[in-house]
Design a protein around this ligand. Structure first.
Ligand code: QUE
Length: 352
């Protein structure tokens, strides 16, 4: 077994999952998600385990997402494409297993938590942010779409904030992660480390686990020192992002002309128009869907993106060549027709 993810179980009833690729910001490989899936299945019913902790190795954070550099290889061979498809299937399976896990899971959202890192931990029962948290669904920067259940969980944010976060790929901090319902608890990073130590040294056998855990967390939790940056813009965000077409959203931002709306419009126009339109439809559709349905749609979309030029071009420009100048197939919003978008919401057999 590789050591890209570490598992431990102690006598007291605490189990830990440590994402252990610190040089790659703990980004998730196929082997990692397979191993995590296996352990969660085992731990779900193991009598000797009461609490699970998920954290990242190293000082940078929990997880930057999927191992995109390996996924990039899917452009060049059929077997790499199959590997990439397998990765998404297993990744989403694990994400769902966390939602459905019957015991407390403490997710340490300390430092970088992006994309697949958000997906892995959104369903955890105790999601703890710190002053170091940098949270984002960054897929719009690489010509992809916010996957890992984002159509489900971005719709749990107030109003149309989820659409704003997904479409702009904004990076947010503790207070805003709490505000958008991506976290339950704030504490200082040092206190989180102490809490986890204490959890690991507590004997969970024959105690009321939830009660005792909540008590321990209450002793550590505080409030973020910085207030939500997005809350003051909630009304503006709702006003501009309530539309179901990208053209209307851009039009609305343009007609207002505030610093905020000018900046948001500029950020949107820097993304792949194709990704923006797919994502808007995905997020709008997610409102009426169950968590499972959202993941099923994500899997179909992810597989379709693996056959799409703009995804590889986005990854190339941001993570491979780092020239930040993607040459997307669809350059303008008006180039992406409704027909093209609608077609992408069906399983495809071919076409790149
Ligand atoms: C968008 C993304 C990712 C990203 C950058 C984006 C992503 C991801 C990584 C990443 C970062 C550092 C690494 C690594 C991967 O960057 O998902 O292996 O060392 O994993 O703009 O979605």
């Amino acid at each position: 077994m590789s050591d890209e993810v570490l598992f431990s179980v102690n006598q007291n009833g605490t189990a830990a999952i440590v994402l252990n690729r610190p040089k790659a910001l703990n980004s998730l490989t196929y082997e990692m998600v397979c191993q995590i899936d296996e352990k969660l299945k085992e731990w779900k019913t193991a009598d000797n385990i009461s609490v699970v902790v998920i954290k990242g190795a190293g000082s940078k954070g929990l997880c930057a997402g999927g191992d995109i550099k390996t996924l990039y290889e899917a452009r060049s061979s059929t077997s790499a494409l199959q590997d990439a498809e397998r990765f998404f299937e297993k990744e989403y399976e694990v994400d769902m297993a966390v939602y459905q896990f019957p015991k407390p899971i403490i997710a340490c959202l300390d430092g970088i938590v992006m994309g697949g890192g958000v997906g892995l931990t959104y369903g955890a029962s105790h999601r703890i942010v710190t002053e170091r948290t940098k949270w984002s669904m960054p897929e719009m920067n690489i010509g992809f779409f916010p996957d890992v259940g984002a159509a489900y969980f971005l719709n749990k944010a107030p109003g149309y904030l989820g659409r704003y976060l997904g479409l702009t790929a904004s990076v947010i901090h503790a207070a805003d992660v709490l505000y958008m319902n991506g976290s339950d608890i704030y504490m200082e990073s040092d206190d989180l480390a102490r809490l986890i130590q204490k959890v690991e040294h507590t004997n969970w056998n024959h105690v009321k686990v939830e009660e005792k855990l909540d008590q321990m967390i209450e002793e550590c939790r505080t409030e973020p020192s910085q207030e939500s940056k997005l809350a003051p813009y909630q009304k503006a965000i709702d006003h501009h992002f309530r539309f179901d077409t990208l053209e209307e959203i851009l039009q609305s931002l343009e007609s207002e002309g505030s610093d905020f709306s000018v900046d948001v419009k500029k950020r949107l126009l820097s993304k792949s128009p194709f990704s923006l339109k797919i994502t808007l439809k995905q997020l709008a559709g997610g409102k009426q869907k169950t968590m499972e349905e959202c993941f099923a749609t994500d899997l179909m979309l992810a597989k379709n993106f693996l056959k799409h030029h703009d995804f590889f071009e986005g990854v190339r420009s941001v993570l491979i060549d780092r020239d930040q100048s993607p040459n997307y197939e669809y350059q303008h919003v008006s180039d992406v027709t409704d027909e093209v978008v609608n077609q992408f919401f069906h399983p495809s057999e071919s076409a790149r």
